[in-house]
Structure formats: C-alpha cells, structure tokens
Write a new protein. Structure first.
Lengths: 434, 963
C-alpha cells in the first residue's frame, strides 16, 4: 500500500502532455509510474469520449480527476478512513470541493494566462511554488472553525456593534482609493464593503484563506498581487493587508496606488485608532462568531447557519459547561467541528440544494453532476432532517433564506430537536438580522 | 425443418395410433383447473407436459399461463369432455371464435377437416420444441411464437388441403431481426449441410430442390428466389415471429438477395447487429381459408401477455434490448491475467453484454477498468468498488467485483441506480449468479453459457432500466424504480401475516410434504435410497411469503433467484397455469461453509437442487439435497416427476385456504393507513368519504355509519384525554379549508377538524362495542397506547378476535388498529425488516391501491427514494459498529447511525389559484435501526402533526411478528 490511511495526495499535471507539475500532501510521494497511470487512464478515456470522474475503493479510498480549462489536470488520491467508516459520497464532495479550490487558488496567485498558455513548463513549475503554502493550507484543512472552503459561504463573525466598524471600513477603503475592503477578525470577516460582498463567494473564501496564510507569516503589513478567479482572472490587483491588533486585520484590493507605505503611515492610524476598544470587543467575541447578546439554547452543542442569499455563514462550537454526572461524554471540540462538516456534507448531498449559480459554469455542473443526482430523485421537497449517532444528535433545516445545522447532546429527546433548531434560528435572526 | 418435423409427426400418427391417445389424455389432465387432480390419478405412462422442455443439463424452466377467469370457468364446465384449454390456436377453441365470424363457411367447407386438424394439433403440441411456446391456451398470446405461424404456413405449402381457388396477393413486409455471428462459434448448431449461413445465422431453411418440386406454376424464376421452407428452432427468424414458412426473402438491409448471393451477403455481417429483412409474403384473398384469416386476426389482437412473460419465454429479447440501446449499460467479465505472448484482439473479454452502441463505448474503455483495478489496490490498500464516468452528458456508475483473476464490471446509468445503492445491486447480482452456477468463473467461463447469460442480463437490465415496459399489458401500477431498488435490495422477503389457524394449516401441509412420507418417496417402497432429501421449502402467495421452513440464508438465495426472474410479481399479476422450475443451485451458506475447511470447490456433502412449482397464485420453492443421506446425484439429473407431483399435490391441497388468504388480503389495512391526499385541503371531507366509500366495501359501510351516528359523550371524553396529552395539532397553514372544517364539526363536534373518518371518530364507538371498558382509567394512565392495543398488542393476529366478535365488530376492530399516537391516524406507509428471519412487512399492494389519491403514490415513491438514503447511512455504519468507541481513531466519519429522519413538504400539482398560495402538507420519513431485542430496521412515513417515537412504533408493529 503506497498511500497511508487518512492521508491525501494532490497531483498536478499538464492536461495535454501529462508532465507532472507538482505533488502536495502525504509524506511519501506516489511513485512516478502510478502518477503516470492515473493520468493515463483519464487521457485514454478522453480519447474514447468517456470522461473518468471518480473512483472509490474498499475502506473509503477515493480518486477524483478533474481537468481545468483544458490545461491543467488535478488528481486527488485519498487513502480513506481507518476502518472504512467514511461515507463514499461525503468524501467525494469534499474532494471535488478541494480540487476546485486548488485550481482557483492557482489562478489567484498566478493568473489564468500563465496556467492556460504554458510556454515553459519548467518556469511554471517554479512559479507554482508560490501557491504551495495556500494549497497546503487547503489540503490540511487544519484551522478549526473555518468551513468556507467546504460550504463556499464566507465565514463571518457578527460583531456587537457592526455600524461603527462598517463606517470606519467604508471610509478607510475610500481613502485607499478602493471599493473593496474588509475587516477580518480571527480569520472571519467581521465587516466588508458592499463591493467585497459582491465578489463571487468562492473568491471571498479564497481571499480569506490567503489573508489567513499571510497573517500566519507574522508580518504587520503586506502588499500581495492577486488575480480574481472569476472577476479578473487575467489582470492582477494589489491586496494590501494591515494588522490592526493581533487577530484583527484590515485589507483592501486596489490598483497601483496607494503605496503600501503611504497607506500604512497615513491612513491606518487615522481611521482605526479611535476604534481600538470596539475592535477589542470584536476580538472578545472570538470563536463564537455571535455577539453575547444572542443567547443560544443550552442544548446546542454546535451550529452552522448559512444565509443562502448573501452566501455568508456563521458557525460556532460551544465549550461544554457543567454537565450532569452520568451523562454520556460529549464529543470533543475538534470532533464537533468534524461532525458539523460531515453533517453539512451529508445533508447537502442527499437532501438540501447547494445553490451556486454564481460560480459554477454549466460544464462544471455536469462534471460534478454526480453529487446532485440523488436530490433530483425526490418528488417532494425535503425541509428538515436529523441524524442520531452514537455521539450526538444532529439536526438540519432549510428555509428559503437560511440553512441551519445544529448538534445537540444525546440527552436531548429526538422530538425536541426540531424545537431547539427552529428556536435557535429565530433567536439568531432576530438578534443580529443575519 | 418445421415441415419436416410435422411430417414426421404425421407419420408417427399413422403408424402408432397410441400417441394420439396419449395426447388426448394429457390434454384432459393438464388444464389443472380441476381441483380433483392429485397424484393418485397420475399413471406412469403419462408424460407431464414440461418433459420436453428439460434442457440437456437437466434444468427446466417451464411457464404456462392459464386463461382468464371466465375461460377457466368455462373450462371447468366442459371438463368432463376432456377438453378444457387448448394449446394450439387452430384447435377447438380457436375454431369457436371463428365460428362467430364466418360460421357458414366453416360449417360447409371446414367440417370435414376438423378432426384431423385437431389430432395434428395435439401431436404438434406434444412434439413442440423446448423453450418456445409455453403459452398454450392463451388466445392470441403467441402470435409471435413459432408454432402459431409454422403450422399455418405448413398448410400453405400443402395446396392439397386448400379448398377452392386461392387468389394469392403478394405483399411486402419488413422484419427486423437481431443477428449475432459471434454466437455461431459457441452454438451447438453445426453449419449444416448446404444450409450455410442462412440456416446457421438466420435460422431459415431453404431447399432449392423443393421449390422446383412443389413449384407454383404462377411463379417464375423459382430457382433464384429464396422461399422459406422451414425455420430452425430458437433461431432469430423464429423468435421474431413474423417470418412465415412460404415467405420469400427479397432483400437484406436493402440489398437484394437471391439464392446465389445470400451467403455472401450474410457473411458480410461483422458483429451482433440488427438486420432489416424484406419479405414477400402471400396473403390470400380467399376468405375460405380459415387458417390465414385466423392468423391475420391474431396479428391484430393486442397481446394480453406482458413483455415480462415473453421475456421469460425467451422471445423478444433483441427488440427489448434495442429499445434501451441508447442508454449506456454493460456487463463484462474480464480476465486480469493476460497472456501477452499471444496478443489477440479482445482476448481479455470473457463475456460481454449487450452489443449496443452506447455499451460499445464502455467496452472500448475496458482498459481503464483493468488498470484501475490493478493499480488502486496497491495505492489505497482496498479493492476497487466503483467509478463514475461521463459518457457525453450521461453519468454512468461502474461497479466492480473481483474474483480470483477475473473482474466483473457492471455499468449502469446514474439516473437509475444511485451510487449509494450500486454496491447492493452488484452484490445481489453476484450472489444470484453464485447461487445459480456456484461461482462467477463457472458462470462465465463455460462456452455454452453465453445465451443463457444473455437472457439473465437482459432481464437484469430491463428490470433496472425500463421496468414499466416489462409490466405493460398487465394491470400493475406504474413501477417506481427506487421502490424496486429498495425492497429488492433488502436482505429480506416480503411477508404476509395470516390469521393463526390458516397459518397453522399452511405450516402443517408444508411439514407433511417436507417429511417425505409419501409412498413413492419412502425408502421402504422400492428398497432404494431416496433420490433427494427435502431441506425445506417456502411458500409464496401472490408474491407474499406466507410460510418459510428454510434457514434464512437459503431463503435469501431462493428469493434472489425468484426476484431475478420476476417470479413473484408474475404470480401476483397473472394467473400462472403451471410453473415448474428445476435447477441445480449452490446455496451460499452451505457451499461457503464447506469450502472453509477445504479450499477450492469440492463437493463435500452433496449437491443441491431447487424445485419451484407454481399453480395459480401459489408458488412453492423446495430445496433438495442429493448426496448426504440421499443417494448421490450423477450427471445432471432432471426434475423427478414424483417430487414435482408431490409439490403440485401440496399446492392443490393448499388451495382450499385461498379464500382465507384472500380474505386477509381484502381486509382493511391493519394498522390502518391514511392517504396523503386527505391531508391536503384541496380534497374536501366529502371527497375523503367518497374515496373511502368507493375504495372498499367495509369503508362504505362505515361511512354510512358515520353519517348516521351522532358523536356521543364518550367520543368527546376520549378526545378530551387526547387533548390533555398535548399532542401538537397540525397548524392551519398545513391543511385547513372551510369545507373540511364544516364536515368535521358537523359530524363530530369536539373532534379535531382533521381527523380522518377511520380514526378518531370510531374510537369511541368501538370501545363501547368491545366492552373492554376502562376508558376513564386508560385516560388517567396517560400511557402512549390506548387500552385496545394493550389487550391485543399484535395488530396482525386477528384470528382469535374473530372468534369472539361479530363480523361487524371485527371490521371495526381492523379499522381502528392504529400505529400512530394522537387523535387522528397519521400513518402513511411503513416497512419493517426483521434481519434474523429475513422477512419484512409493508402494507400490501392492495392496501396501497385502495388509498388511491394523486399525491399518495408520489409520496410512496418519495418514501422509497428516501429509504435508499437512510439504509445506506445504516449500512455505512455497520462495519464500524463492531469496535468499541475507545478504539476508534479520530476522523472516522459520522459514526454509526441509529436513527435518521427527513421532513418533506408536498404541494398539490397544478395549483391554479393565483391569489392563494398552494396548500402544503409536511410529513416525516424516518428510519430506525434496532439491535435489541432482535435486529430490525424500521422505516415509517407519517404526517407531521404528531411527534412520534419510531422505536415505539416499531415495537408496536413488530410485537408478535414471529414465524
């Protein structure tokens, strides 16, 4: 067995000639012969009018092929779960999403031209190295509480006093001669200009991911050229990022002016110094994403709320407080995030639609059609669903505007879940207008 | 050739009159409508009618449909005359029909010819070829089968018989035939002397010399013309049913052919393909020739036999297969061990089906399957299970099954089989093949198996891809694919609970049979070891299992076979005149058990045979063992008459119980069901009552009673209690229309306005009539279930109740068996599977049909589709369940799923009212997996108004559900 259980390897090759561009993930790289055959079978099928899209093996192993813009072939090989418990379908959606993200991220960093018109493969290989940190971040998916990569809905944080921040951000962006600006707290967007929200959800998600990785580098400010995969795949913009407080960053997308230096010295202090206390409040919200004013039902372990119109999401996992003795142990925080993700995939692949009219072209829709064919088989509209497993109970519901996924401990009676979920939804919407 | 056979028969007839006598006797006894048939009547010198159908390897698949009900009655009336059903279209029955049309002519011109014809007919019947025309007696059913055309044409070629002058008009007709040159190699038909490809490939016999001899003076250039002188059994020409002896083959695919060039033209056909034949046929204008009139009439008559039956008879596969040719699907058995020393084209394909264009594309990329299978095992450490491909716009899922050095690949369109369920489908096919042949290698690697496998997979694909087509011509409701997938995929058989006294009788009769205590079978009788030991048997009535004396795994094996050959729906939809199936089987449990000690297949204990006999709606499957304590089987023994007759006798013995079983089937559903349409305000209360009244006589009585009765104080008190239990009432947005409100309140004040007529309103009255008393007490207890249920916890076993209650009361009892809690009955549908016994129960087809409605069938389809998802969630968690929680590493998926529910919303279709939003109705589909006290899976569908606890519902339903 060449691939360890649970590990994932990403292969990138040129679609026309099959020259390997890079491989990421997994400690041990797959032998070249295997990479060649994996690419070969897909190419062979293409010649016969058959497009190979995915493959699965016993124990949850999975291979997904995808060609982007007829130029780059991405193959992802996943070793599967430890004892075959992972659901096939779930895994496939996750991998499909990952491939889309990796491609977008390559475009984000290098621009579409360089990827589609390959003149010098060696040079492209060198250039691609600049994407590695971002791709690795996507592959490892380590950061707790960030679900945007999967949901393609922007992870948001609802600050206690949004208007102050919004006004400050708007005027800051204006001063920087830009219409695109956002404030990121703990890796989630706390406020953004109107134009920023109009970017394709996938772009916003990737920009957030990029900003997170730039933040992780530890610098106080940076100036980074980016292509927007959907908005401007061929013309680069400048992404300016300034750290306001540890954990709080402000970014603008702008043209040639202003320079990083002038912006940092002239504007950051002027607009954001008066708001330091507000920002501190904002940081205090922390991972909960929700202001203290919103009181959650005590039985909610974790939640993910998606606004289907704005494509934004809030999510949180609550640290367990005092539980009565004798109750079954609650799943750990990390496990809660994991279950929340899995339950989201479970529900959306089987029952709820994921609308992505914005960022999915018809061809792409066909390519990932297999994830949606099951939903089409229903003659009636699924509204809610729940799942009782050995660890906790999960409840999902969908309204025209929202999707809500809630985890609750096993001690909550199943018939009460519905009440808990609907109450949670109305509380949050009433409290924050999300 | 047909002519030759017929002549031989006539010769026989001349030299040995005895044959005819035999024929007559069989004819009398094989109508089987006589309940007096029993084994003692049977004398050894009588051959059973299925005898000629036994294959060389001893297998038998004999299916004969009986006539419609009236004809059966008619047959009974004339039974003493010895002729009840007729099996050849121009025997007596046919003549009768003709009488109506042209009585005079028949009387004048045909009167003399009649007896000889009848005799000839009987001889022909007895001497017909195996596996064609088993539909004897079904009028018009065999217009496509060989005999109906062949004898008619025989007469055509014997102008001696023709009376008067025949004016013949030449007509051209086009016939499409499916030819497969590949089969030539494997087929047993040798390239016969002189016949060449015409005979071997097409199955048409042409004898140039005959034409000269019998030459019709009106024709010229007879030498060149390809007059058809005979048809070869089982050939494409005879299967298509439209090529008649006496026709002249004019062109093949627009190429004019003569006896000169026909061989060359046929040899140009490269592979399996459809060929268009242009034939010149003789359509005499002379009315007096009754045969031809009848055959023309037959052509027009709609076949009452469904495609399924014709498929089972081995007709028509090409045409059916062609109609799904554009949908990509394939089965291939590939060899992974390729001898590279002798690279031969397509050498690795051990078997492949079908040969359509879309599947050709899949066949073209078999390299992908082989490579992936080989490589991925090394990469991810698990065998490959499935892959998904895009063929143009169509998504195809491919399932794999690797066995030793070979790989079975099955490709199916995603819209028919969701990936979630592909594994189950592939697993079931493999198991069926293993049961039938022992192993995949044995199934695929024997040269002469190809036609049989083609038939096997034709059935397989037809059932998955166009199930509706198979059932057309019968009254079956439109099939839903998810339902078939789900119910067939359950490792269980549909069970029908019977009142205990009937059940006991059935079991007694089966046990008597299984004890093998009858004369010819006992060892003392002949002083020999018996041939077979009866391991057990199971009995189906109209596709429901009503008794099972087989271990679970054996039952599943037998059931898989029956499912694959659609025997169960066959018995429920069509009256089976006689069904006899005999074949060697390899029950998986027994075979695997023995092979675990000794590697490789050796025949350790004995060989097993499956005998299925069906009569009318009954079908009994018997598993026999040879070897062990019976004498070992040598070669490939065919069915033993003694055993077949004993099963038949058993079935005839059981027929007296049919009335009782029918009564159970006709009984109102218990637990009672609601129709989804009742919950939509679109249907007013009046509609509901009407639909109830029309659907069953019992309901109509009740409906009347409802109108008459005034809701007493008891009823109000009862619902008072219910209200105290604070079961959530349905919101008005759900369903609330004035009409309904009015009806509800006027008839039963104090009731919830939405209570269905069969639920709450009756509760009060019935309580009273039962006299079980204590309604006050039960209200106080606040238990989830009311008294009647506590007294009679098992809704299925009604027999004991019947003894104590009057009929009317019993009917009301039925009506109030309620699975859901709350005032009204909110249950729509359920499926409960008992994993240990391998059975499941669900509302019977009739119960579902009674609920009619427009939304309800949709709801059931949706229910089944959802069950696919729920069950796959259960299955995914099964392997993980073995481990303790502590052993589980992080990140292993959602974990074992115990319960899973989905809430659906439905709206009436074509809602036209613009002002008001369409009313909606919401309902739950919930699946629950239970491990204690017995492993069960429970799927239920109920209205949203009452919160239910599925465990309790399952418990209520399964209480006392025991074999």
């Amino acid at each position: 067995m060449m691939l360890q259980h649970g590990s994932t390897q990403l292969l990138c090759l040129t679609a026309s000639s099959g020259v390997p561009l890079f491989t990421r993930g997994a400690s041990k790289q797959l032998p070249f012969s295997v990479i060649g055959s994996l690419n070969g079978v897909h190419m062979f099928g293409g010649g016969q009018g058959v497009v190979l899209s995915s493959c699965e093996t016993e124990g949850g192993g999975k291979v997904v092929w995808r060609v982007f813009q007829d130029s780059v072939m991405l193959i992802i090989v996943s070793g599967g779960g430890q004892d075959g418990a992972g659901d096939i379908k779930e895994e496939e959606v996750r991998l499909q999403r990952l491939l889309e993200n990796v491609w977008s991220c390559m475009v984000l960093v290098l621009g579409q031209d360089e990827l589609t018109n390959v003149r010098n493969v060696e040079r492209l290989k060198r250039d691609l190295r600049s994407c590695f940190s971002l791709i690795d971040q996507l592959l490892e998916d380590r950061q707790q509480g960030v679900l945007g990569n999967l949901t393609h809905c922007v992870d948001s944080l609802l600050p206690p006093n949004p208007t102050l921040l919004q006004e400050a951000l708007d005027s800051f962006a204006q001063a920087a001669d830009s219409e695109f600006g956002c404030l990121i707290v703990h890796g989630r967007i706390a406020a953004a200009t109107e134009k920023w929200w109009r970017l394709a959800p996938q772009e916003v998600v990737l920009l957030s991911a990029l900003i997170r990785s730039l933040t992780a580098s530890g610098s106080a400010s940076c100036d980074y050229p980016v292509f927007l995969p959907h908005g401007s795949p061929t013309v680069a913009h400048r992404l300016l990022r300034f750290q306001l407080l540890p954990g709080a960053d402000v970014c603008v997308l702008c043209g040639p002016t202003p320079s990083l230096h002038s912006a940092e010295s002239g504007m950051v202090g002027r607009f954001w110094t008066p708001l330091v206390e507000t920002l501190r409040d904002c940081l205090a919200v922390g991972e909960h994403s929700l202001p203290k004013s919103v009181s959650l039902h005590p039985d909610v372990l974790a939640l993910l709320l998606i606004n289907r119109e704005t494509r934004r999401s809030v999510s949180c996992v609550r640290t367990s407080t005092n539980r009565p003795l004798g109750d079954p142990p609650l799943p750990s925080k990390a496990r809660c995030w994991e279950i929340l993700k899995l339950f989201y995939i479970f529900s959306t692949t089987r029952y709820f639609n994921q609308e992505e009219t914005l960022c999915v072209s018809p061809e792409e829709r066909a390519q990932r059609g297999n994830t949606e064919d099951f939903i089409c088989g229903f003659s009636h509209q699924p509204l809610q669903c729940y799942l009782v497993t050995e660890e906790c109970k999960s409840y999902g519901l969908q309204t025209p505007q929202h999707q809500l996924f809630v985890l609750a401990p096993l001690s909550v009676p199943t018939f009460a879940l519905r009440g808990v979920a609907t109450q949670t939804l109305s509380d949050i919407v009433a409290g924050t207008g999300f | 050739m047909a002519t030759a056979d017929a002549r031989k028969c006539i010769d026989k007839n001349v030299c040995g009159g005895k044959t005819v006598e035999d024929g007559d006797e069989i004819h009398g006894s094989d109508c089987e409508s006589t309940s007096s048939f029993n084994s003692s009547d049977y004398s050894d010198d009588l051959e059973p009618e299925w005898l000629d159908d036994i294959q060389k390897n001893g297998e038998l698949f004999y299916l004969e449909l009986s006539e419609g009900e009236e004809e059966a009655a008619l047959a009974q009336a004339s039974a003493n005359q010895g002729v009840a059903t007729n099996h050849v279209h121009f025997s007596e029955k046919e003549a009768e029909i003709l009488t109506e049309q042209n009585k005079k002519q028949r009387c004048t011109s045909r009167a003399k010819g009649e007896p000889t014809l009848k005799r000839l007919a009987r001889i022909l019947r007895r001497k017909r070829w195996p596996s064609q025309l088993k539909g004897g007696g079904k009028d018009g059913s065999k217009e496509n089968s060989a005999l109906s055309s062949a004898p008619a044409s025989i007469l055509k070629n014997q102008p001696v018989q023709r009376q008067g002058v025949t004016v013949q008009q030449q007509q051209l007709k086009e016939v499409c035939v499916y030819l497969n040159p590949k089969r030539l190699a494997g087929s047993s038909t040798p390239l016969s002397e002189g016949g060449g490809l015409l005979e071997a490939l097409l199955g048409v016999v042409h004898r140039p010399s005959w034409t000269r001899g019998l030459g019709d003076p009106s024709e010229v250039k007879q030498e060149d013309r390809l007059t058809i002188h005979g048809l070869i059994p089982n050939s494409p020409a005879i299967k298509c049913g439209q090529i008649l002896i006496g026709d002249v083959l004019v062109a093949v695919d627009d190429v004019d052919v003569t006896s000169e060039n026909i061989e060359r033209v046929l040899s140009c056909i490269p592979g399996p393909t459809q060929v268009r034949l242009l034939l010149e046929t003789l359509a005499p204008l002379d009315d007096s020739s009754a045969e031809d009139t009848s055959s023309v009439r037959k052509m027009k008559a709609a076949p009452p036999v469904s495609q399924l039956v014709r498929l089972l008879w081995g007709e028509d596969t090409a045409e059916l297969q062609m109609s799904i040719g554009h949908i990509p699907h394939i089965v291939m058995y590939l060899s992974l061990k390729l001898d590279s020393a002798s690279p031969q084209d397509e050498e690795e394909i051990l078997y492949q089906y079908p040969a359509s264009e879309a599947s050709g594309q899949l066949k073209g990329v078999r390299g992908i399957f082989l490579t992936l299978c080989d490589m991925l095992e090394n990469v991810t450490g698990g065998r490959i299970l499935s892959s998904s491909l895009l063929l143009g716009k169509q998504l195809v899922h491919v399932g794999y099954w690797k066995e030793s050095n070979n790989l079975l690949v099955i490709g199916l369109p995603a819209e028919r089989v969701p990936l979630l369920y592909l594994q189950t489908v592939v697993g079931d096919v493999v198991r069926t093949l293993k049961v039938m042949y022992g192993s995949l290698d044995r199934a695929f690697c024997q040269a002469d198996r190809a036609p049989r496998l083609d038939h096997f997979f034709c059935l397989f694909f037809q059932q998955l891809i166009q199930p509706s087509r198979l059932r057309d011509g019968s009254s079956a409701p439109p099939t839903d694919v998810s339902g078939t997938l789900f119910l067939d995929g359950l490792p269980a058989v549909r069970w029908l609970t019977l009142p205990p006294e009937i059940k006991m009788e059935v079991d007694t009769v089966l046990s008597d049979f299984e004890s093998s205590d009858f004369g010819e079978m006992s060892e003392d009788f002949f002083g020999l070891r018996r041939l077979y030991v009866i391991l057990g048997s199971c009995l189906f009535y109209k596709s429901y299992l009503i008794a099972n004396h087989l271990p679970k795994e054996d039952l599943l094996d037998v059931c898989l076979y029956c499912q694959h050959y659609c025997l169960l729906p066959l018995a429920s939809e069509q009256r089976v005149g006689q069904l006899v199936i005999w074949r060697e089987v390899f029950p998986q449990q027994r075979v695997n058990h023995s092979s675990s000690t000794s590697p490789g297949y050796s025949q350790p204990q004995g060989r097993h045979f499956l005998l299925i006999v069906g009569l009318r709606h009954f079908m009994q499957c018997v598993l026999l063992e040879a070897g062990g304590c019976a004498s070992p089987a040598l070669g490939s023994p065919g069915p033993d008459c003694v055993y077949v007759d004993q099963v038949k006798a058993t079935l005839l013995q059981l027929e007296v119980l049919e009335a009782g079983i029918e009564e159970r089937l006709n009984a109102p559903p218990a637990p009672c069901l609601s129709c989804a349409d009742w919950f939509l305000p679109a249907a007013t209360a009046r509609d509901r009552l009407d639909s109830l009244a029309s659907s069953s006589p019992v309901f109509s009585k009740l409906a009347g009673a409802v109108k008459g009765s005034s809701a007493g104080s008891r009823g109000r008190a009862l619902f008072g209690e219910k209200a105290r239990r604070s079961s959530p009432q349905r919101s008005l947005s759900d369903s609330g229309s004035e009409g309904q409100m009015d009806a509800g309140t006027s008839m039963a004040p104090g009731l919830s306005p939405h209570s269905t007529p069969d639920s709450g309103r009756k509760l009060g009255g019935r309580r009273d009539s039962l006299g079980s008393g204590g309604s006050e007490g039960s209200g106080g207890s606040g238990g989830l279930f009311k008294i009647p249920r506590m007294r009679h916890p098992n809704p299925f076993y009604l027999g004991t109740l019947k003894k104590t209650l009057t009929e009317r009361e019993t009917e009301e009892m039925y009506n109030t068996m309620k699975l859901t809690s709350g005032a009204e009955n909110t249950l729509f549908h359920y499926v409960l599977m008992e994993s240990v016994q391998g059975i499941f129960i669900a509302p019977t087809h009739r119960e579902v049909a009674q609920l009619s409605g427009s939304i309800h069938p949709q709801l059931i389809r949706n229910f089944h589709h959802c069950c696919l998802s729920i069950r796959s969630a259960f299955q995914q968690s099964l392997p993980a369940r073995g481990r303790r929680a502590a052993d589980r590493p992080q990140g292993w998926g959602l974990g074992p799923v115990k319960e899973h529910g989905v809430l659906f919303q439905c709206k009436p279709e074509n809602w036209t009212d613009q002002r008001k939003p369409a009313p909606t109705m919401t309902y739950w589909v919930i699946g629950r997996m239970l491990l204690e006290p017995v492993p069960q899976e429970f799927y239920v569908c109920f209205h949203d108004s009452v919160a239910e606890v599925p465990v309790e519902m399952a418990f209520r339903l399964s209480f006392g559900l025991a074999l």
